[in-house]
Design a protein around this ligand. Structure first.
Ligand SMILES: [Zn+2]
Length: 149
């Protein structure tokens, strides 16, 4: 890090982690003019990478999930705020476990939460997500859900 006065190099005198700002504060001193200054390094939230079925990777996109969920929850007593919170929770949980998460894991996680919130929304979401190809699979899914209750 260059000195703001003479542009020479500086040395670090003290490093402190400031949790509430998620940043690192460093006290520095210029090796030339001895000017002291402080720098902050903001630590970016580490991104969650999603591995798609095709093997392609993309960044976790909560707004995309929200769209799918909002559709599944149409005319159900679940607010957008609740869905938003649920997506935030899912993202947080997954970040604790993964750096790269398979897309299927996200789906499972959401379905699990949705099941506890609203059965109709759950079945709607699952039917799109699991791509039920026939009525039998669909009925089985509902039976599994009833058993878990
Ligand atoms: Zn200097």
């Amino acid at each position: 890090m260059q000195c703001p006065v003479c542009q020479s190099d500086s040395k670090v005198l003290d490093t402190r982690w400031i949790e509430e700002e998620n940043s690192i504060r460093r006290k520095r001193e210029c090796i030339q003019c001895s000017k002291r200054f402080v720098t902050y390094e903001k630590i970016e939230d580490k991104p969650l990478v999603v591995i798609k079925k095709s093997g392609r990777r993309e960044l976790f996109d909560g707004s995309k999930l929200l769209k799918g969920l909002a559709k599944a929850c149409e005319k159900r007593p679940i607010s957008i705020e609740e869905l938003n919170q649920m997506i935030l929770d899912v993202e947080k949980e997954l970040k604790n476990q993964y750096t790269e998460v398979p897309a299927s894991e996200i789906g499972e996680c959401i379905m699990h939460k949705l099941m506890q919130m609203d059965e109709v929304a759950y079945v709607r979401f699952a039917s799109v997500y699991k791509d039920f190809s026939d009525v039998q699979t669909f009925i089985r899914e509902i039976e599994v859900m009833k058993e878990r209750k």
